[in-house]
Design a protein around this ligand. Structure first.
Ligand SMILES: [Ca+2]
Length: 184
């Protein structure tokens, strides 16, 4: 009897704890454009909350940090090793994905080549995630350097969209400022 009461208490506590958690989006593969939009927004909200709960020294900064931070949104496995020593940033059920900064001059083009190589090796579809960086401080977001950076990002993303559409590569754009709560 005592055991039964303990078990019941444990079950109730479990339900209460579960109810407290944010409702986590389920999957990165979607049936319709609307579901994709809804789920993308749900993931953004979920990861924003996760970002806020991280201590300052654990918040993502580098490309690798961000890769680890967003991987569950894509249901991806990190750092898949290929026979030639190259490493695939994220591997999902359907995609071999290269992830890189949208702000760096030729990274978008390199990402396209890398995703094609990874996809060929793993017999998956090629995918690229371009990371749009967060301005480092509030003051910096108004500086000429930031304006220049934004123009560069816009231009690189435009080129990446054009080539990815033509080559049949899936392209995602991750606006990292959406998770940090900082403005563009
Ligand atoms: Ca990369």
């Amino acid at each position: 009897m005592k055991k039964l009461i303990l078990l019941a208490a444990w079950a109730i506590a479990g339900v209460l704890l579960a109810a407290d958690k944010p409702s986590k989006p389920v999957t990165a593969e979607f049936a319709t454009a609307q579901e994709m939009k809804d789920n993308w927004e749900a993931w953004t909200a979920f990861l924003k909350e996760k970002y806020e709960t991280l201590p300052e020294d654990k918040k993502p900064r580098t490309e690798r940090d961000w890769q680890a931070f967003i991987k569950e949104k894509y249901q991806g496995t990190e750092e898949w090793h290929l026979f030639d020593g190259s490493r695939v940033d994220l591997v999902t059920k359907d995609y071999a994905i290269e992830l890189d900064w949208a702000s760096e001059t030729l990274k978008w083009a390199e990402s396209i080549g890398q995703s094609l190589w990874y996809a060929t090796n793993l017999d998956k579809k090629p995918g690229v995630i371009l990371l749009v960086p967060v301005p480092s401080t509030a003051a910096a977001s108004d500086s000429p350097e930031t304006a220049e950076l934004k123009r560069g990002v816009k231009s690189n993303i435009h080129k990446a969209i054009t080539v990815c559409q033509r080559a049949g590569i899936k392209l995602w754009q991750e606006n990292l400022y959406e998770y940090t709560g900082k403005t563009k």
